[in-house]
Design a protein around this ligand. Structure first.
Ligand SMILES: [Zn+2]
Length: 151
């Protein structure tokens, strides 16, 4: 068992790169049980013309491709923003062990807000959830991005 090391910095870097591409600044990384980063992505919904191309989904796809499996037991996922219902469900389907997220998302989140996916009896796998990890930095990224778009 390797000592705990937060990978939220890598997720924040992915969020910044997404903002630079004109995408909503959300970033995610998937970490294998041995501590290797096996998936890292930011939002690419506009670039790919794909409403499912959220950071979490893209990071899960990369990690599953690396693992050669549709499931990622023992893996951790770090994401800068509370996952939406679609991503929360995908994270459960992938059997992610631990979910670490940054800012809360009262408007579109699906973990602590809205449908609260993991509280639902249809959730067959529920990850351990740790919220508020470097939330202030994630919030600044989002606020700056949307303020610039309004300006
Ligand atoms: Zn999502």
């Amino acid at each position: 068992m390797s000592p705990f090391r937060s990978h939220m910095q890598a997720a924040l870097d992915q969020a910044r790169a997404a903002a630079a591409r004109g995408e909503v600044p959300v970033g995610a990384v998937v970490v294998a049980p041995d501590g290797r980063v096996v998936g890292a992505a930011g939002n690419r919904t506009r670039e790919l013309n794909d409403p499912t191309a959220h950071a979490e989904v893209l990071a899960l796809r990369a990690a599953c491709a690396a693992a050669g499996s549709e499931r990622l037991p023992g893996h951790d996922l770090y994401v800068t923003l509370e996952p939406c219902p679609m991503c929360a469900s995908a994270i459960g389907q992938a059997r992610i062990a631990r979910l670490y997220y940054g800012a809360a998302d009262p408007k579109s989140g699906g973990v602590a807000h809205g449908p609260r996916i993991y509280d639902h009896p249809q959730s067959h796998h529920v990850p351990e959830v740790y919220d508020g990890i470097r939330a202030a930095e994630a919030e600044v990224l989002l606020k700056t991005f949307f303020a610039a778009r309004r300006g």
